[in-house]
Design a protein around this ligand. Structure first.
Ligand code: SF4
Length: 243
């Protein structure tokens, strides 16, 4: 493992070293959504907006048993569809988009999910993030880097981007990482975000990536100072104040 401080490495070298270490930390990087077909992956990814993958995986078995493909979803009773996806939040909008996307897949693409970014993002409810997931996991096509909330937070903490807009973060990452690793970077950052580098309390003291992380040393120092301050006994009130 490299112990060079971030400033000794170029941004590209650092991103490659982080990638190598992430591969060691999380050797397997499967998509955490359950699906059997590209349509099901697209639907699950639409449902995962503002919702956990665990929750989506609880909902999709019944959904896909009832409506297993684009044809069935396009012809579904919208109220029934809404109730099946209700617990994922924003269910009316999600059901409407799923049905409209499947209708377009049936009428314009013969029932098969299209394989280009332009065609995918032309489907209702399918933005670039969803398209990246579908292209990478369903077809092995790496068109971009999926940038969700974890990828955004960790890429910023690593100091690999200064941007907050997902599209700009994605462009920065595409310049730094090998194309074949674009998607597994995102999956592994999601794992690392959940395991160690949460939004509110990153565990920098037990993070092996700290020598490569721009924000880690500062966050660690701040956490130590906070702990020290909270342990200091409160000073006794002065005699004058007591009188
Ligand atoms: S060192 Fe801290 S901020 Fe950097 S990746 Fe690890 S937990 Fe996150």
């Amino acid at each position: 493992m490299s112990t060079a401080p971030p400033k000794r490495l170029t941004k590209k070298q650092r991103s490659l070293e982080i990638l190598a270490q992430l591969k060691q930390l999380y050797p397997e990087a499967p998509c955490s959504l359950d699906y059997e077909t590209p349509v099901q992956l697209m639907v699950a990814t639409i449902l995962s907006a503002q919702c956990t993958d665990e929750r989506v995986n609880l909902v999709t078995p019944a959904l896909f048993e009832r409506f297993p493909n684009a044809q069935a979803l396009a012809a579904a009773d919208i109220t029934e569809l809404e109730q099946l996806v209700r617990s994922t939040g924003f269910y009316r909008n999600k059901a409407k988009n799923i049905q409209a996307a499947c209708h377009k897949i049936v009428t314009e693409y013969g029932g098969e999910v299209p394989r280009t970014m332009a065609e995918l993002t032309g489907l209702p409810g399918v933005a670039r993030k969803t398209a990246n997931v579908v292209l990478a996991h369903a077809f092995g096509i790496h068109e971009g880097v999926t940038v969700d909330t974890h990828v955004k937070r960790l890429t910023n903490r690593f100091g690999l981007t200064k941007h907050s807009e997902p599209i700009k973060i994605e462009q920065d990452l595409m310049k730094l990482l090998p194309q074949a690793d674009w998607e597994n970077w995102s999956i592994r950052l999601i794992y690392h975000g959940r395991a160690v580098c949460s939004a509110r309390s990153p565990q920098c003291d037990r993070c092996t990536l700290i020598p490569l992380c721009a924000a880690g040393p500062k966050l660690l120092k701040a956490a130590v100072e906070k702990k020290t301050t909270s342990r200091k006994p409160k000073s006794k009130p002065s005699a004058k104040a007591q009188s």
